[in-house]
Structures are given as structure tokens and as C-alpha cells.
Design a binder for this molecule. Structure first.
Ligand SMILES: Cc1ncc(COP(=O)(O)O)c(C=O)c1O
Length: 379
């Protein structure tokens, strides 16, 4: 059988990883500044993570959501404490798209309304409602077209007022920092006004923290910088450090009903063990303040770069915008300097999404390589 060919692949075959490094089948060592797309939060093969998952696997790896699973309660408690969202309720699922799908569905259940507001350049996943709330027509199939989503400019308060006044909108979904879209961030005024407009029109505010959550920006959630209280917060990626797990945090004002949401695999024992290990390491190794320190160091180094247009993002969700497309540069970084970086829908943006445990010396290695790779690359 052939694989269904949907991914344009780099010719690298990783077979081992540790901390911020990945090794390929030829033994070549790569610096991982991509984190498998913002997924590796505490570092590859962290000993505490390996231990928690292997102990759990030796006990019980999976059983259905029809039985008691105290690990889910442990995750909820720990996540509530570390994020400061301890009054929220937790529903666990398996991926970012599924988290947003459940978030949108829940907002619709709670309000009885069908329409969603999303923003230009947003990415929320590839499933039914999530994909329609994603600003990319190429990945929306005719079967998805039944979903009602209106896109606004990220920052368009007047447009938002007009749409919310129609009172048919169940949810406004937003990323505090757009990941796939290219690290654009709205102002605090826009976010706070959005939150209060949603409240006055009975619309649920969904903060998509799938990429920016779990400490990546130096705060546990990126929206926390703006001092708002979303109705639903979606999480995935860094949550499992590579183990597929996602979830939504649900404000106490939304009431649960049996059968409203559900999943076979979501919140299984292994997923909970992985999440607990991630939370413990983030706390024990103070990875959130560390991410802020690494951001400062990165920005200091970036400012010395010639040809740089803009530094974007926060914490360890960073980007360097050039006045040329970075595809060739990223290839050079991988094949000649053995460094993984990320791209985005902004073709001129090089993205940096490393494990949160990255050190100054890795940032030095990146900038030394970048300077060399940029020679003759800017075409
Ligand atoms: C902000 C955001 N939301 C949702 C998703 C979808 O997550 P998944 O690929 O786990 O379905 C992504 C993936 O990149 C994302 O960046």
C-alpha cells in the first residue's frame, strides 16, 4: 500500500531525539528549533516524561470513558493550578482540531446559535467547523460549506459590533498570536473590547491556545497578557510533548449535560500521564520564566541581523521577517547547518518554535548558522 501523498516532505528521517536535538538515520545531529510544529514543550525524551509514561503503560494504558479515571481529575487539578484557570471545567480529546471542534459545538449548544466569527489568517484545524473557521479556502471541502463562518480583519472592532448585534453568533474564535498565519497579534484593546462585546451579546469567546498554550509564550496562555476571561480555551500541541492529546477548558457558566461531548480515546491513561509529566516539568524547571529569558536573548541577537524587517511573536513562539521568501533559507538551515526551523503562510517569515528548555548556546548556534546561510540566499 502507498501512503496518501498529502505532505511535501524534507528528505530527513529522524530516528532518535533528546532534549533540543534530533538525530537522523545517518547519525546526523539536528538542532530542533521547530519542536515538531510547537509540539515539543519540555524537550524530547525528558526523563520524567519517559518515566511517567512507561510506569503508566505497565499499569494500564487505556480504558474507555465509561469508567472512573482519577488521572483525568489529577490533570484537571494540576492544569487549573498552574494555568490560574482553576474554576474552569476540563474536557479531554486528542488533537487541536478536535479541541476547536468541541469548543465550537459547545458554544453552539450553549447559545442555541449557528454562526461563528473568525479572523483573517486564522488557523483552527482541518475538521468540520474548525476548517471553515480557518482562513484557507484550499482546505475546505464542499461538505464543510454548510458551516456559517464570517471572517473579519484581526482588529476590526466596528465589523465585530455589526456582526454581534445580529445576535445569531454562537462564538468568536481567535488566536492571541496567530501561529500558522504568521505571528500577528491584535492589541490588548481589541481583545478586551471583543471580550466585553461577546459578553453583552451572549456570544461565547473561544481562545485557541492550541499552539500558544502550555507556557510557549512565557505565560501559561497567550491571552493572559490581555487580562480577559474566555468562555472556552482550546489546548493541544505542547500539552503532550508529542503524545496526541488535546482538550478544552470550559468556564463554569457553561453547564455540562450527559452526552453533550464525548470521545473514545480522549483523556486515556497514557495521555493523562504525558500531560501530567509536561505540567510537572514546566513547573519544576520554571520553563515559563525561562521562555521569557530566552525570548530576550533571542531578540538581542536578532537585532544584530542585517536584512531583518521585523521580529514577531513572544516567548518561544518567535519569527524573523525578511524582505525575501525564506523557503530556500530554511532548506539551507536543514541540509547544510542541520537546524530545523518553521515556516508560515507568510512566506517571508522564519519561525522558531523550540522546546522550552532551549539555552543561550543553542540560540548562538542558530544565529551563527543563519548568518552563513543568508549569504547568497536572499533571492
Ligand atoms: C492555533 C491552532 N489551532 C488548531 C490547530 C490544529 O491542531 P491539530 O493539527 O492538532 O489538529 C493548529 C495546528 O497547527 C493551530 O496552530
Amino acid at each position: 500500500m502507498q501512503l496518501f501523498d498529502v505532505y511535501p516532505l524534507y528528505d530527513v528521517t529522524p530516528i532518535k531525539a533528546k532534549g533540543v536535538y534530533v538525530w537522523d538515520k545517518n547519525g546526523t545531529k539536528y538542532l530542533d528549533l521547530y519542536g515538531g510544529h510547537a509540539v515539543i514543550s519540555i524537550g524530547h525524551a525528558h526523563p520524567a516524561y519517559l518515566k511517567r509514561i512507561s510506569v503508566q503503560l505497565n499499569n494500564i494504558g487505556f480504558y474507555s470513558n465509561a469508567i472512573q479515571n482519577p488521572l483525568q481529575k489529577e490533570v484537571a487539578e494540576k492544569l487549573g493550578a498552574i494555568s490560574g484557570c482553576d474554576d474552569y471545567q476540563l474536557f479531554l480529546c486528542n488533537s487541536g482540531a478536535e479541541a476547536n471542534e468541541n469548543a465550537l459545538k459547545l458554544a453552539s449548544f450553549a447559545t442555541g446559535r449557528p454562526r461563528v466569527i473568525a479572523f483573517k489568517n486564522a488557523f483552527h484545524g482541518r475538521t468540520s467547523a474548525a476548517v471553515v473557521a480557518t482562513d484557507n479556502q484550499n482546505i475546505v471541502a464542499p461538505i464543510n460549506a454548510q458551516q456559517q463562518v464570517t471572517f473579519l480583519e484581526f482588529g476590526d472592532i466596528e465589523g465585530l459590533k455589526v456582526e454581534l448585534q445580529k445576535e445569531d453568533v454562537c462564538a468568536v474564535i481567535f488566536e492571541s498570536i496567530q501561529g500558522v498565519g504568521g505571528l500577528d497579534e491584535p492589541s490588548t484593546t481589541f481583545i478586551q473590547t471583543t471580550a466585553s462585546l461577546c459578553k453583552s451579546h451572549g456570544t461565547k469567546l473561544i481562545a485557541d491556545e492550541v499552539q500558544s498554550g502550555f507556557g510557549r509564550t512565557g505565560d501559561f496562555f497567550a491571552f493572559q497578557k490581555h487580562g480577559i476571561v474566555p468562555d472556552i480555551i482550546s489546548i493541544a500541541k505542547g500539552m503532550g510533548n508529542g503524545f496526541p492529546v488535546g482538550g478544552i477548558l470550559i468556564h463554569p457558566s457553561i453547564e455540562a449535560k450527559y452526552g453533550m461531548l464525548g470521545t473514545t480515546f480522549g483523556g486515556n491513561h497514557l495521555a493523562c500521564a504525558a500531560t501530567l509529566a509536561v505540567l510537572e516539568v514546566i513547573e519544576n524547571e520554571s520553563l515559563m520564566p525561562h521562555a521569557k529569558r530566552m525570548e530576550s536573548y533571542f531578540i538581542k541577537k536578532a537585532k544584530q541581523l542585517p536584512q531583518l524587517k521585523k521580529i514577531k511573536g513572544r516567548g518561544l513562539m518567535l519569527g524573523l521577517e525578511f524582505d525575501f521568501e525564506v523557503g530556500k533559507l530554511r532548506k539551507k538551515l536543514i541540509y547544510e547547518h542541520h537546524i530545523f526551523t518553521g515556516g508560515s503562510s507568510n512566506k517571508k517569515l522564519l519561525r522558531i518554535l523550540p522546546p522550552l528548555s532551549i539555552q543561550n548556546k543553542h540560540i548562538d548556534q542558530f544565529f551563527d548558522a543563519l548568518e552563513l546561510a543568508m549569504v547568497n540566499t536572499a533571492v
